[in-house]
Design a binder for this molecule. Structure first.
Ligand SMILES: Nc1nc2c(ncn2[C@@H]2O[C@H](COP(=O)(O)OP(=O)(O)OP(=O)(O)O)[C@@H](O)[C@H]2O)c(=O)[nH]1
Length: 380
């Protein structure tokens, strides 16, 4: 999963660190520099100034002191006591105690290369820029500390920045289901053939493992064979499926499924809908009607990770045309790029909840931002 992007990200970290200097100057030099720059209260680096961060703890030290929050707080305190850590005073102190110095002019070419690599991996432009800005910001020590430190300043900055863009809107799906009134009603939408139906079947299996019963509803009354396709999954999983004839009202099918769930104490209703483009007015009207009549607890946009930039564009367009609450990206197992996985939450403002990682019912993974960052950059 995401192997192409992993290599590019690894290259960035290594290249920047090659250009970073580890300085270890004698104390008196620092004092001289400190005095010379007394009164300097700069807190933000200008473009072209050096960006500097204290060296991280060694892996051994970080094991002795595993609290990321504490480390982050200490870093923040350091930064504050150094006037943001970025003025001349801060620089002098940094040199005095042995710090990593990364010159802005050394960093910039690597950021430019990373931007090209991200775009090449189908990361949305606006998202790529957000990641680059995040790296710069994190390197200046302004916004770090939620993830375990790796001992590498550059990797931590990249890690935090990626985390920021992919964790947009995240909520605890399991908790949401647990706390909701039952039946919890979910409706799935997206274009044709992306793995919507399979994802519903996988989610039914996932929910079963959490102790919930599910009923399936085929709101795809548009396509011939859709009932049979979902029936195969229902049979394989031993689930009740509610269907109506082809051409009937999808809202009515899902309504029936909700009634069935209420009458039979079923916890979750999973409603499929016809594959559509956001531009198919009649199908988008159907979706709007489902929203109005059923008031689902969650409308989930499904697309395939391998579609890259197309999936990102569709997610953005669907989100504008209909109310979606979250996304599922399928076929992540076949995706080298990871561009959609990185971009979709940011462009929609809604979280990716699950990744489809294969053709079996168990091949559905919770999209956990921290785990995805580890997947992309390697474990801490
Ligand atoms: N490798 C892989 N294949 C998947 C995944 N999810 C679905 N597929 C395959 O993608 C194909 C299409 O899946 P469907 O569930 O039929 O797609 P759909 O979006 O419901 O299609 P329509 O009902 O035509 O809109 C099937 O062959 C699935 O097995 C996944 O996560 N990984």
């Amino acid at each position: 999963m995401f192997d192409g992007l992993k290599d590019k990200l690894k290259g960035f970290t290594e290249d920047v660190e090659e250009d970073a200097e580890i300085e270890d100057e004698p104390e008196e030099d620092a004092e001289t520099a400190d005095t010379a720059s007394a009164g300097d209260t700069d807190s933000e680096p200008e473009r072209g100034e050096s960006v500097e961060r204290p060296d991280e703890q060694s892996p051994a030290e970080s094991q002795e002191n595993p609290s990321t929050e504490e480390t982050a707080e200490e870093d923040a305190d350091d930064a504050e006591s150094e006037g943001g850590g970025l003025g001349l005073t801060g620089k002098a102190k940094a040199i005095a105690t042995g710090k990593t110095i990364i010159e802005q002019e050394d960093l910039q070419p690597h950021l430019d290369e990373l931007e090209v690599a991200l775009l090449d991996s189908n990361v949305e432009l606006e998202v790529a820029i957000e990641i680059l800005n995040g790296i710069e910001e994190n390197l200046t020590g302004q916004a770090r500390g939620r993830l375990e430190s790796t001992g590498s300043v550059v990797e931590d900055a990249l890690r935090e920045s990626l985390y920021d863009v992919i964790s947009v809107g995240q909520f605890d799906f399991d908790q949401r289901v647990a706390e909701a009134d039952k039946p919890f009603v979910m409706v799935f939408t997206g274009v044709n053939g992306v793995g919507k139906t399979t994802s519903i079947a996988k989610l039914s299996r996932y929910l079963e493992k959490q102790g919930y019963s599910t009923v399936l509803a085929n709101g795809d009354t548009y396509r011939a064979g859709a009932n049979e396709q979902l029936q195969e999954h229902a049979d394989a999983l031993d689930r009740k499926l509610i269907t109506h004839e082809q051409g009937s009202d999808p809202a009515a099918v899902i309504y029936d499924a909700v009634e069935y769930a209420e009458a039979n104490d079923v916890d979750v209703v999973l409603g499929d809908t016809a594959g559509r483009l956001h531009t198919s007015d009649d199908l988008m009207d159907q979706l709007e009607k489902i929203d109005r009549v059923i008031e689902p607890d969650m409308t989930v946009f499904v697309d395939e990770a391998v579609a890259g930039q197309d999936a990102v564009n569709r997610a953005e367009e669907f989100d504008k045309a209909a109310t979606i609450d979250a996304s599922i990206l399928t076929k992540a197992d076949a995706d080298q790029d990871g561009g959609a996985a990185i971009s979709v939450a940011h462009v929609t403002g809604k979280p990716i909840l699950f990744l489809g990682t294969g053709q079996d019912y168990d091949d559905l993974e919770r999209f956990e931002p921290e785990r995805i960052v580890n997947e992309l950059l390697g474990p801490e």
